[in-house]
Design a protein around this ligand. Structure first.
Ligand SMILES: Cc1cc2nc3c(=O)[nH]c(=O)nc-3n(C[C@H](O)[C@H](O)[C@H](O)COP(=O)(O)O)c2cc1C
Ligand code: SF4
Length: 497
């Protein structure tokens, strides 16, 4: 029997798998064999029965998504499977940990997904900067090919730009189609990878070349199929569900959030780390198990689950890490990247850093997201500085109320969630600055986690000088990415600046 508090190993093995032969001998291959014995519908029924939910952040039921993509397939063109390995959420390193340890289970899962939705092509969308993971995945694909296991499915690795929005699935499809990571208007079913028809009628872009907005249609109405986009960890769960069955998958987790979750813990803990736990494990235990608990002599003040959800105050640390329990306390599981802040943290400066990150990464297709977002970041930085004043706090309240108005994607709501939760749970963190009872502070640098090395999270220090137009020029041009990049450059240029 497992001890009360222990890591589990369903998708994240403690020791890395070195080759396809080792993978097939030790743990893999049976799921794909089983998938080839079954029809598309039977595969999807098993995934739906397992209750697997997308691990990219939203927790959408994977079986439902696969069924929708299958139902909307095109009679003329094959569907494509895109595996989202963009992993740009600050405080999150789980997809890269999975790929480093065992890319084979991700390839096997993607092949099963392709069989389920009738896809002939799989694209693994990573970032150009993820050199180790790109190499691991390419080797794994080559080994699957050499072993005859791809069975005619084309599989490739795409190296995308560093922008946070590249991980948003419609922006990711834009990049795969050769454009910038500007999210599309979210339709229920969408095209991607190879665009067939273009309509720009419902685009509300401020200016420049906007994201394209094509929707797939029901069979017979359109030649273009929808594209299946699933997160790396979601796909890593698939092969064993097919091999062992939905009931086995549900032996861990809660009825509404079955299975396990791979968590990243960083910030004010003894060490940073990535570890897998059953869904429903209390957050406090996760911080102990994966991060070693708070530093000696310190107590936890709050936890941020990435930059998408509300602060979780210390009083709520016993909340189970499941989609339903996290939602109940007004926060969310996100991609289970928990950034821990102890009693020494200045949460106003932390929020100023989150706000700057989200305002800079906003593409500017929706005016409130970029304009109010930048105003919010400025007001928070002013509150932390030596001129803090009451009217800055009023400005923060006002802009937090409007930043998500008419937003095309979830980034603006993320901004609202984090700032509103500071106002709700920690108003005193702003007041101490206005009353000048603490030292002025710079916004804390919040950005992508580049690595977890010897128990330390390595963040992207070069992010400090990224401008709101996504350049690293000495001064901001005053333009927004959609204006500046829309007309001129190729997506590949983004990383080279
Ligand atoms: C701003 C933003 C960034 C995102 N970044 C990622 C990411 O890096 N990786 C990811 O898998 N999903 C990311 N998502 C979620 C994706 O849009 C999408 O929900 C996910 O890829 C679907 O896969 P799943 O159903 O397996 O979770 C992001 C969403 C938003 C709004
Ligand atoms: S909500 Fe923000 S990031 Fe999303 S499309 Fe609109 S401007 Fe861009």
């Amino acid at each position: 029997m497992r001890p009360a508090m222990a890591l589990v190993h369903r998708v994240l093995y403690p020791d890395a798998i070195a080759s396809l032969d080792e993978y097939l001998a030790r743990i893999g291959g049976e799921g794909l064999e089983e998938a080839h014995r079954r029809s598309s519908e039977a595969i999807i029924d098993e995934i739906a029965a397992s209750g697997l939910r997308g691990r990219g952040g939203a927790g959408f039921p994977t079986g439902t998504k696969w069924r929708t993509v299958l139902d909307y397939r095109s009679p003329q063109l094959p569907t494509t499977v895109v595996v989202n390995g963009a992993e740009g959420e600050p405080g999150t390193f789980k997809d890269r940990a999975i790929l480093r340890a065992d890319p084979y289970r991700v390839v096997e899962g993607a092949l099963i997904a392709a069989r389920a939705v009738g896809a002939e092509e799989i694209v693994f969308a990573l970032k150009r900067s993820f050199e180790t993971e790109v190499a691991r995945l390419r080797t794994a694909i080559a080994e699957f090919f050499a072993a005859g296991l791809l069975r005619g499915v084309a599989a490739s690795v795409f190296e995308g730009p560093g922008e946070y929005l590249y991980g948003e699935e419609t922006a990711l499809l834009e990049v795969l189609d050769g454009r910038f990571p500007f999210p599309r208007v979210a339709p229920p079913y969408r095209r991607g990878v190879i665009e067939v028809v273009e309509h720009e009628d419902d685009v509300v872009a401020k200016s420049g070349l906007p994201a394209h907005v094509d929707m797939a249609a029901r069979e017979g109405e359109s030649p273009a199929p929808p594209t299946l986009v699933d997160n790396i960890e979601t796909i890593a769960n698939v092969a064993r569900i097919l091999a062992r069955g939905a009931a086995w998958f549900r032996t861990e987790g809660t009825p509404d959030s079955p299975g396990t979750i791979v968590c990243t813990v960083s910030g004010d803990t003894r060490h940073a780390g990535v570890g897998e736990v059953p869904m429903g494990t209390p957050l406090r235990e996760i911080i102990e198990l994966v991060g070693g608990g708070p530093r000696p002599g310190r107590t936890i003040k709050a936890v941020l689950p990435g930059v998408a959800q509300a602060f979780i105050p210390a009083a709520m640390l016993d909340t189970p890490a499941s989609y339903e329990s996290m939602a109940k306390i007004g926060s969310g599981l996100g991609s289970a990247g928990f950034i821990v802040f102890d009693d020494t943290a200045d949460l106003a400066a932390v929020t100023a850093g989150v706000s700057r990150f989200l305002a800079v990464e906003s593409c500017g297709q929706c005016v409130p997201c970029k304009a109010d977002g930048l105003e919010l970041a400025d007001a928070l930085a002013r509150v932390c500085g030596d001129q803090a004043a009451d009217h800055d706090v009023q400005e923060i309240r006002k802009r937090a109320g409007t930043v998500a108005d008419r937003a095309r994607c979830y980034l603006a709501t993320q901004h609202q969630n984090v700032v509103t939760s500071l106002l709700q749970h920690f108003p005193e963190e702003l007041e101490v600055h206005v009353r000048r009872s603490v030292d002025p502070a710079e916004p804390v640098l919040i950005t992508e986690t580049r690595d977890i090395d010897a128990g330390r999270a390595v963040i992207d220090l070069g992010y400090r000088d990224k401008q709101p137009d996504w350049t690293h020029e000495a001064a901001w041009s005053g333009k927004w990415p959609v204006e500046l990049l829309g007309e001129h450059r190729a997506p590949q240029a983004l990383d080279d600046q």
